[in-house]
Ligand binder design. Sequence first.
Ligand code: PBG
Length: 341
Amino acid sequence: MAFPVTRLRRLRRTAELRNLVSETRLTPDSFVYPMFVCPGEGVRKEVRSMPGVFNLSVDEAVKEAKEVHSLGVPSIILFGLPDRKDEVATGAWADDGIVQQATRAIKREVPGLIVMGDVCLCEYMSHGHCGIVKAAPQSLGAAVAALPAATAQYEIVNDASLELLARTAVSLTRAGIDVIAPSDMMDGRVAAIRKALDEAGFINTPILSYAAKFASGFYGPFREAADSAPQFGDRRSYQMDGANIREAMREIAADVEEGADMIMVKPAMPYLDVIAAARERFDLPLAAYQVSGEYAMIEAAARNNWIDRERVMMESLVSIRRAGASIILTYYAKEAARLLG
Ligand code: PBG
């Protein structure tokens, strides 16, 4: 054997040594726990494709929020399942909307918890798209549903959607939301929301923009949880193409310029390179969303005893952190916090 040999294994010999030299540390205070709020009372309905994740009525959401907070997780992000959907997403911006109600209740009972509000229209639109649709699907007929998105005769109208998004942000903030998180991917929405918040006097409400959000198959279980699947076509005309990292940097730069206070890459694990590039290039706090499909894959494999659930959960979170995200939105927030003690 040729000497000297580089003895990297010296520092791997014991758990104590490995811990001492660990380059990446997970702490619960970087987690954001996503929650789905629905109408009713005493509702706690498990999402079929997301074991351990529930649709919660406001009273149950308050209980859950208390638990999250007591585990040392500082923040939640709310998604809403409205009782009615329409073509202008009334449920998103109505002051008595489901997320507005939940926010008021949670902020009253758990004031120290940071409550983020996802700003999007898809959950509240009858057609399930994140913006206003120019030709209503009903008038287009069933044939449109069968067409590939590129040829379908409809358009998600950008600028008209901004007004609804801004209205949603103001209404949520009025209800007590601490951080506004737009996830719609319309161009110019950060500027439109910033302007509307400022004009309403909410100059201190930060915006966490889903800046590089990719059109992803990994959102499947979420769409079941939030009942937000598009009824025709797909989201590829507004969410990003997964092939593009340079374009992702342009998306983030645009949101920073428009006034975002924090930025996000989503999904997380399939886009760790995007997280790393964003960390290099931008100085804002950087979040990553470990999305529903990432969670569902781990859960499904673990149920088959094909992987060690806790181990893979922690490894996935460490990898996101190592790539450069300082904030992690994850359905594992509670459980990981428990393990991290
Ligand atoms: C709303 C929104 C989605 C997610 C967060 N906000 C779904 C989508 O864009 O279709 C996905 C989150 C997840 O998969 O966990 N636009």
